[in-house]
Design a protein around this ligand. Structure first.
Ligand SMILES: NC(=O)C1=CN([C@@H]2O[C@H](COP(=O)(O)OP(=O)(O)OC[C@H]3O[C@@H](n4cnc5c(N)ncnc54)[C@H](O)[C@@H]3O)[C@@H](O)[C@H]2O)C=CC1
Ligand SMILES: CC(C)CC(=O)C(=O)O
Ligand SMILES: [Mg+2]
Length: 365
């Protein structure tokens, strides 16, 4: 059956990497006889410019009627001074909320061809294989009030970290379930020595741990977790945490693989379409220069065909095409030093991944 994909390129490098990824998915489709259609929607700064709204209703409808959503990234200096409700990031938060995407899965696995491109020693990153499970529709990014005020004649600000028991429980359960099919270890990251929200988080983790007797549960305070991720990252299997902590820890963890441009993600709801996007942002500093690493986005597309469409074997071949491309030393500037090759452009990387995919399809399918 044909799968309908809502494509939201967004802003900055989101445009370039999405174009290349859809190009590869066309090749994928014909090589493996897997039918996909692509329908484009506006989000972020481009949507503000064209419609005055970072998340037009038409985009929400498109996503809701699709089998999966592929998103580039949003944001850029052009819109940085806009009022809060007219910022590109509001579009991203809005689509996550509208689709109920409470579980953001961010796998971080050492890639043999890139071991030397990490800023950490090879022996520290060699065995890294962890999964950050980040709560995505609650916490500080959504809590009300979130506003500027005048207090005693001066500017004051408030953001709110709000969670309900059921929101905490469902993300923790997701973490335990994923650990059951991995190495059966959950580290729940919180700040329970200070925050009320974290105290409830820890209580619920303890309460439900008994439902997963094959999984060990450890609690870790977020400041320590940030340090442990750099000290001995291979100790982690599943890291489950709230929205803001997960956002920060996953950018930090990306450097274990050598570049933020390598990290994919999947955002899942209870029943509806999943959304797949790289962990990085719109990288305005390199946008439009054919320099962006498209691999995080292509690996996100591989997660999409595996998780949302169940095309396991083909997803693995797409990932393999990315890794073979790295092995061949074809890569963008962010990771080129590790391969001792001159960096090439985004479009060259896309072309090589397509070539590798064609070769793999001939030999392995
Ligand atoms: N999911 C999303 O749409 C996200 C959007 N943003 C937005 O992106 C804009 C820029 O934010 P930054 O803090 O600069 O974060 P960023 O992730 O866009 O960039 C951070 C650094 O990593 C580099 N980088 C990121 N992706 C890369 C890639 N694929 N290849 C090579 N280098 C890459 C950039 O050049 C930059 O030096 C902001 O407007 C922010 O709000 C930030 C994070 C996530
Ligand atoms: C708008 C931000 C919350 C996006 C971001 O940094 C992320 O989801 O990783
Ligand atoms: Mg982030």
């Amino acid at each position: 059956m044909t799968k309908k994909i809502a494509v939201l390129p967004g802003d900055g490098i989101g445009q370039e990497i999405t174009e290349g990824t859809v190009d590869i998915l066309h090749t994928f489709s014909s090589l493996f006889d897997r039918s996909m259609t692509f329908e484009y929607g506006l989000i972020g700064g481009h949507a503000i410019d064209e419609t005055g709204d970072p998340l037009p209703e038409a985009t929400v409808t498109l996503c809701q009627s699709s089998d999966a959503v592929l998103l580039g990234a949003v944001g850029g200096p052009k819109w940085d001074r806009n009022p809060s409700h007219l910022r590109p990031e509001k579009g991203l938060l809005g689509i996550r909320k509208a689709l109920g995407l409470f579980a953001n899965l961010r796998p971080v696995k050492a890639i043999p061809a890139l071991l030397s491109s990490s800023t950490l020693k090879e022996e520290v990153v060699r065995d890294v294989d962890l999964l950050i499970v980040r709560e995505l529709t609650g916490g500080l990014y959504f809590g009300e009030p979130s506003e500027r005020r005048q207090v005693a004649g001066e500017d004051a600000v408030v953001d709110t970290l709000f969670y309900t028991r059921s929101e905490i429980e469902r993300i923790l359960r997701k973490g335990f379930e994923l650990a059951q099919i991995r190495k059966k270890r959950v580290v729940s990251v919180d700040k329970a020595n200070v925050l009320e929200s974290s105290k409830l988080w820890r209580e619920i983790a303890e309460e439900i741990a008994g439902d997963y007797p094959d999984v060990t549960l450890e609690h870790m305070l977020v400041d320590n977790a940030a340090m442990q991720l750099i000290r001995t990252p291979a100790q982690f299997d599943v890291v489950v945490t709230e929205n803001l902590f997960g956002d920060i820890l996953s950018d930090e963890a990306s450097m274990l693989t050598g570049s933020l441009g390598m990290l994919p993600s999947a955002s899942l709801s209870e029943t509806g379409p999943g959304l797949f996007e790289p962990v990085h942002g719109s990288a305005p500093d390199i946008a439009g220069r054919n320099e962006a690493n498209p691999m995080a986005m292509i690996l996100s597309a591989a997660m999409m065909v595996r998780v949302s469409f169940g095309w396991e074997k083909e997803a693995t071949l797409l990932e393999e095409a990315v890794f073979q491309t790295l092995k061949a030393g074809v890569c963008t500037k962010d990771i080129a030093a590790a391969t001792n090759r001159a960096p090439v452009g985004t479009s060259d990387v896309i072309a090589e991944i397509k070539r590798q995919l064609q070769e793999l399809a001939e030999t392995k399918s």
